[in-house]
Design a protein around this ligand. Sequence first.
Ligand SMILES: Cc1cc2nc3c(=O)[nH]c(=O)nc-3n(C[C@H](O)[C@H](O)[C@H](O)COP(=O)(O)OP(=O)(O)OC[C@H]3O[C@@H](n4cnc5c(N)ncnc54)[C@H](O)[C@@H]3O)c2cc1C
Length: 360
Amino acid sequence: MRDQEPSHQDSTVSAAPTDVVVVGAGIAGLHAASLVADAGRSVVVLEASGRVGGRLRSTPDGADLGATWFWPGEQRVASLVAKHAIATHSQYLDGDAVYHAAEGAQRVDGNPLDVPSRRFVHGAESLAAAVAASLPSDVVRLLQPVSSIRQTNDRLAIDGPASMVTAQHVIIAIPPALAAQDISFDPPLPDRLAQLISQTPVWMGGITKVVARYDRPFWRDQGLAGSGISHIGPVREFHDMSGPDGAAAALFGFVSGQAPGSATATHDEVLAQLIVMFGPDAGEPVELIIQDWRQERHTTPAGAEQLANYQTYGHPDYQHPTFEGRLHWASTETGTVSPGHIEGALQAAERAVDSILAKS
Ligand SMILES: Cc1cc2nc3c(=O)[nH]c(=O)nc-3n(C[C@H](O)[C@H](O)[C@H](O)COP(=O)(O)OP(=O)(O)OC[C@H]3O[C@@H](n4cnc5c(N)ncnc54)[C@H](O)[C@@H]3O)c2cc1C
């Protein structure tokens, strides 16, 4: 689903309480909404941006700018993929890797960098789009950022510049540190919880992802896997991100440690590195995309690069609702299984919904 303009229907003002309001239409929020709807309860998802998917973000032809893989054992992802008949394929693993150091690039025997995993043929965003499409049409409301959550007598009031709704329960399915920055709570959250959410790192929120697309996977002709590791940078690792048969050929990588506020890698720097590591053909991509997630207003709060305490992930305080059992946490950072991954987002959503359904 691509960006949309605000519509009249987006500016909803509702006095009737909804059973559950979900903040954020990433995969956690969408999965939670779908489980609530399946249980026969009313649900609304308020999404700040003009699209669904959050960190599941793909170009229209399926190149992933956010999440790329899911791994064996991630049962929730596998079952959602099966439920929505999402096309997937194996990560390409064959061939040798490339090691890039001060002396230049050298070939490494075999591919120690990639592990067996699966990819989404039409991009990871296709998973979010499928879950969103399975919901009744008025559930997901785009361009409705939530800026305040107030506890009233017997419900919660959820407000933003484009919406005013009330609900029995709220599921916050945005990175906790973003909630700390963007949402005011009345009464204030308990001190310990307020501190926890402001200290929880945003998974991959400080990362720049580089995607270089080619007319063919030329590296495979040379017996290369498309994987590489670099001590020089700016891209610290590369992987093959081609389509299932090598069509829609692509390499992708992550830019190494970026100082807060610093500029990310330039096209010229990335191209120069690609040529050193993968040869002259690598210098002629049909497209080079540099996606700096630090710039994503609805993913990464200011200063998030400095948050580094990953022990906050899945913290016990995220496992229990607050505001008299009405306010629940469900982004991937709050998951206890594979937190950070899509799997963690799904598990967190399931825990939040279980907690709501157990109460009523
Ligand atoms: C570059 C990158 C690579 C990754 N690679 C992988 C991978 O290979 N495999 C893997 O499993 N995971 C990967 N991840 C992580 C994966 O993308 C996340 O775990 C998952 O998408 C998180 O989903 P979520 O719903 O918890 O949060 P998000 O996707 O962040 O969704 C939050 C949603 O809330 C919205 N929102 C924000 N603020 C508000 C507000 N105030 N009001 C209303 N809505 C709001 C946002 O617009 C967004 O749509 C990667 C992430 C990135 C960025």
